[in-house]
Design a binder for this molecule. Structure first.
Ligand SMILES: NC(=O)c1ccc[n+]([C@@H]2O[C@H](COP(=O)([O-])OP(=O)(O)OC[C@H]3O[C@@H](n4cnc5c(N)ncnc54)[C@H](OP(=O)(O)O)[C@@H]3O)[C@@H](O)[C@H]2O)c1
Length: 289
């Protein structure tokens, strides 16, 4: 089998794609290829300056493409609500933004920052956009997780990680939550008979601003794949007709097996209930499934 490339993507004319964190790293080439294939693209970023700069770069790369900026801070539920309220259509939601491996901090709403941004922010965003997603045929939600989910553990009695905080364990936990959410959304959408696919990805170790090495940042470019390669799993998950929902797509568009915990429907249901409680976002269309 030949390797899948963005040249294999179908025409996306008429579709609207929202890419969170599209201003840099893996999100930028993801947005670029979606625009190249005809999608109207929303660059969802927390900084207007960086977001508008990315829009300008994308417009230059794909003349005539319909690209806009939307301010979205995933670490602030009020910002997530304001962003979602301004969306009029979405066919492809790419939950790409993320932070990782930083000292303990909290979101505006008081959630541990990595869990709050990577998981709860995207959970709320997806739920708020669900009425629009189910209103179009063939909608997809792609959530960028990581193979680091395997080190993640979910202790529901210590969700704030006030005890035993570790940069990497907090990151792994947020990426485990991304996978549990993806698979639970898939199950609920199926049970509700919705025309909606939920897919997770692992980009592979990629040279982006994600890992901060200071003056040695250039070393990443020597050892790790480029952002374009990191975008490939998201692009495949968002557009390949081979996707059925519930997959975990890895580098070179190969399917991966999530960890045992990530596959647990029981843990996923509990996380879903806790996330609903914490964010106040209810997913009415699938809440009884
Ligand atoms: N790079 C890797 O090796 C690797 C491996 C596995 C998984 N991943 C995953 O890939 C995804 C993309 O990461 P990347 O490597 O492209 O890193 P990156 O270059 O640091 O990009 C992360 C993006 O997320 C945005 N972001 C962070 N906090 C946000 C918030 N509160 N609200 C809105 N946007 C926010 C950042 O915005 P700012 O520019 O404003 O900071 C940036 O645009 C992440 O989910 C990450 O966990 C990466």
């Amino acid at each position: 089998m030949t390797t899948w490339t963005p040249a294999d993507m179908p025409d996306l004319t008429g579709k609207t794609a929202i890419v969170t964190g599209a201003n840099s790293g893996i999100g930028l080439p993801t947005a670029l290829e979606l625009a190249r294939h005809g999608a109207r693209v929303v660059v969802a970023a927390r900084s207007a300056e960086k977001g508008e700069a990315a829009v300008a770069r994308l417009r230059q790369a794909v003349p005539g493409a319909e690209i806009s900026f939307g301010r979205l801070d995933l670490a602030d539920l009020a910002s997530v609500r304001t962003f979602a309220a301004g969306v009029d259509r979405v066919d492809l939601l790419i939950n790409n933004a993320g932070i990782g491996m930083i000292g303990r901090a909290e979101t505006k709403d008081g959630f541990e920052l990595q869990f709050g941004t990577n998981h709860l922010g995207h959970f709320a965003l997806t739920g708020l956009l669900l009425p629009l997603l189910v209103a179009v045929p063939g909608a997809r939600v792609v959530t960028v997780s990581s193979d680091a989910h395997t080190i993640g553990k979910l202790d529901f009695d210590n969700l704030g990680l006030e005890r035993g905080y570790g940069r990497m364990t907090a990151y792994g936990r947020s990426k485990l939550a991304n996978l549990l959410f993806t698979l639970e959304l898939h199950r609920r959408a199926q049970r509700a008979g919705l025309d909606l696919l939920s897919v997770a990805t692992h980009p592979g170790a990629t040279a982006t601003g994600f890992v901060k090495l200071g003056p040695l940042q250039w070393l990443l470019g020597v050892f790790l794949q480029k952002a374009e390669a990191g975008a490939l799993p998201s692009l495949y998950a968002a557009t390949s007709p081979a996707i059925r929902g519930g997959e975990f797509v890895g580098p070179k568009a190969k399917l991966l097996t999530p960890s045992e915990t990530a596959r647990s429907a029981e843990v996923a249901a509990r996380l879903w209930d806790v996330s609903t409680e914490l964010t106040g976002v209810r997913f009415e269309e699938i809440s009884h499934h």
